[in-house]
Design a protein. Structure first.
Lengths: 507, 186
């Protein structure tokens, strides 16, 4: 009697085992689809997140259950096979992996069980992909203005968080002149973005510099917290989108992309500190987009610099950084980049604006028209990396500004750098995802390139730097760097050479 | 009155633009993507695989990337009674939000196309189309990796790294599950 009914028992056991997850799958599908088919306008974020999390947990659970079921099914099959009278001949092990495919020559019960597991697996897969990708789009016309994507499949989660950080150790090697070696927890940055709907996004960067904020330590002033950018993007049309808020001035390589794994050297190039005052951000509004494949542009109207901050060693202090910035004078900036093939990029940008901001210098109110332009080119080919950038600053009324500020403000400033790196690791390990790339950079930067008639150049500002080092990336988002910078800027006010060791990451 | 009409027209035009791109983060739904993958296909078949531990390990070794799930669907396009090609749809998290893309390859395991189907992070983290086109014609070999046969990209590194791993994963899945003899089951 026991022998005769064991096949039935087997089916009953499997049915019972399948019933619960099937029910969960169906319920999950229903709960997932219910608000969707109602075409709702995205309920509260907390609720959505909870629901998404709940969905994910259900999927995990379902997958575990499918695995469990499979194991259990095999055990049942084996025990059934061990009873000769109950198992028809030819009950071979199904080919592993092909869960959905019925097995030729298998007992009917096994075929049915495999089919059910296949159905379950498909359901899990369907729900899983639905979290990010709809099966089909639904279109509906809105006020006769063409098809609008239904909100049915809009991703509920809107919040996105990222960040980067970097630490360094500096050893001053020659011409120290009292400068002591130091460790600096230079930056920790959090990106926070929020997607309000499919075409309105917010993105921001909140930066902590030098670890301690609000109090001085024995040898250093307080670090700072700063909002590096906070922009609302309105994605209207691929060639023309709108951006507004506190914006990164789109000049050079590093002002917009400055996460440590994406450039060589522990510290940023001096040209992109002194000539292009990275990280430079101001309030403004503008448009951006892609005019053709590989051809991108940005054009912003922003508040201008404040000439009161011009110095003989550059224009960094003239940035207003979104802190109640004077906006009597505005500036305009345009940038164009072209990528002829993947890995290659060339482009340039031009920034112009009066920088006087209504201020009084030596009894007059100069407009201090300022222009900055730069061109850049980059080539990545296999392990090779080549990058070059030239930048030029021109300041009108430099004589009046110099008199008012009590130091020589140049008419012109100039900088250039070129660098080459090569990833050696693939030559040794063909299947590695890590990289080890030595690099060399040559830089010149002169913030006293041309000074007003009758004024003397402030010494020490004509820099020439030879830099040699490497970047080691154990993971594409993590970098350890070491380099040596040989500064040559004359004997009057020499900068010490540096040995820099650093680590950084982005996530 | 005339200026009011003009302003109204402008507002509607802006609205229309907004409406046009409202689907910006889901570029292609699943069915649209598969229609693109297998033009003129007479039949689409979904083959679901639940991997064994051995299969998972073998695929991870070939892909040089981890598999987060043992459940995979291989989409098969049939035309004139023959397999036209295969497609695998894969998702990963970029920063916090997911990206979904599809890898299409022929029966020889050569990539025919890679399409980003959905991208929920800000668009500056999305690799441009021309970068993605580099995968066309690639097979699963040592050259299929970033900074080798696939050129690097500045600004969308996380996505580029994950997509390169995803293409390797798709080809490795195909190689282990379809092209090689099934591994002994547990």
């Amino acid at each position: 009697m026991r022998v005769i009914t064991s096949g039935r028992n087997l089916r009953r056991d499997v049915r019972a085992a399948l019933a619960i997850p099937m029910l969960v799958v169906l319920l999950t599908g229903v709960t997932r689809l219910a608000p969707a088919s109602a075409g709702d306008n995205s309920p509260g974020t907390a609720t959505s997140d909870q629901r998404t999390q709940a969905d994910e947990e259900k999927i995990d659970r379902l997958q575990r259950e499918v695995d469990e079921l499979r194991a259990r099914l095999r055990a049942l099959e084996q025990s059934a096979a061990a009873r000769p009278a109950s198992a028809p001949a030819g009950g071979a092990e199904p080919p592993s992996g092909a869960a959905a495919a019925p097995t030729g020559g298998a007992p009917p019960a096994t075929v049915e069980q495999e089919r059910k597991i296949g159905v379950l697996a498909e359901e899990v897969e369907r729900i899983k992909s639905q979290l990010v990708l709809p099966k089909a789009k639904e279109y509906k016309s809105l006020y006769g203005f063409g098809p609008a994507a239904s909100k049915v499949y809009q991703l509920d989660r809107g919040l996105s968080i990222g960040g980067y950080g970097e630490y360094n150790f500096q050893k001053f090697v020659s011409d120290q002149r009292g400068k002591r070696d130091q460790f600096d927890a230079l930056r920790f940055v959090l990106y926070t973005g929020y997607k309000f709907n499919e075409w309105i996004l917010f993105n921001s960067e909140l930066e902590f510099e030098h670890a301690v904020i609000g109090e001085d330590t024995i040898t250093a002033e307080s670090g700072e917290v700063a909002l590096e950018f906070a922009a609302l993007d309105f994605l209207l049309w691929k060639p023309v989108n709108v951006r507004a808020g506190l914006l990164l001035v789109p000049m050079g390589f590093l002002n917009e992309i400055h996460e440590p794994p994406f450039y060589y050297g522990v510290l940023r190039p001096e040209v992109e500190r002194r000539i292009i005052p990275t990280t430079w951000r101001e309030g403004g509004v503008g448009i951006f987009g892609a005019l053709a494949p590989g051809l991108d542009y940005r054009a912003y109207l922003m508040n201008s610099l404040n000439a009161e901050g011009f110095e003989s060693n550059g224009i960094r202090e003239a940035r207003q950084l979104g802190n109640r910035a004077l906006a009597d004078d505005l500036s305009g900036v345009v940038r164009v980049d072209y990528a002829p093939v993947p890995g290659a990029k060339l482009g340039g940008s031009l920034w112009i604006g009066d920088s006087g901001q209504g201020g009084t210098f030596a009894g007059s109110k100069p407009s201090a028209f300022t222009s900055i332009w730069e061109t850049h080119a980059q080539l990545e080919y296999r392990g090779l990396w080549l990058r070059a950038l030239g930048a030029f600053v021109s300041i009108d009324d430099a004589d009046v500004l110099s008199e008012g500020l009590g130091e020589t403000i140049a008419d012109d400033m100039f900088g250039f750098y070129a660098e080459a790196a090569y990833d050696l690791l693939p030559l040794v390990l063909s299947d590695t995802n890590q990289s080890f790339a030595p690099f060399f950079r040559y830089e010149i930067a002169d913030t006293q390139d041309d000074v007003p008639n009758g004024l003397v150049r402030a010494p020490g500002n004509d820099l020439k730097i030879y830099q040699l080092g490497f970047s080691y990336k154990p993971h594409p988002q993590v970098v350890v760097k070491l380099d040596y910078r040989d500064f040559q800027n004359g004997n009057v006010n020499p900068k010490p050479d540096e040995l820099n060791i650093g680590a950084g990451f982005v996530f | 009155m005339r200026s009011a009409v003009r302003m109204g027209g402008l507002a509607l035009a802006v609205l229309a633009l907004g409406v046009r791109v409202a689907s910006a983060t889901v570029f292609l739904a699943r069915d649209e993507a598969l229609a693109l993958a297998f033009p003129g296909a007479e039949r689409l078949e979904d083959r679901v695989f639940i991997l064994t531990d051995e299969q998972k390990a073998a695929i991870e070794k070939l892909a040089r990337a981890p598999l987060e799930t043992k459940l995979w669907t291989l989409h098969v396009g049939w035309r004139s009674g023959e397999v036209q090609g295969y497609a695998i749809i894969d998702s990963h998290v970029v920063r916090t939000l997911p990206e979904t893309f599809m890898v299409v390859f022929d029966p020889a395991g050569t990539v025919q196309r890679v399409e980003v189907l959905a991208f929920h992070e800000p668009p500056e983290y999305l690799p441009p189309v021309r970068w993605v086109e580099q995968f066309k014609g690639r097979v699963l070999d040592d050259d299929l990796k970033l900074h080798a046969g696939i050129q690097g990209i500045t600004g969308a590194t996380i996505s580029a790294t994950a997509m390169t791993a995803g293409v390797r994963r798709a080809l490795a899945l195909y190689k282990v599950l379809v092209r090689q003899a099934p591994l002994p089951g547990k």
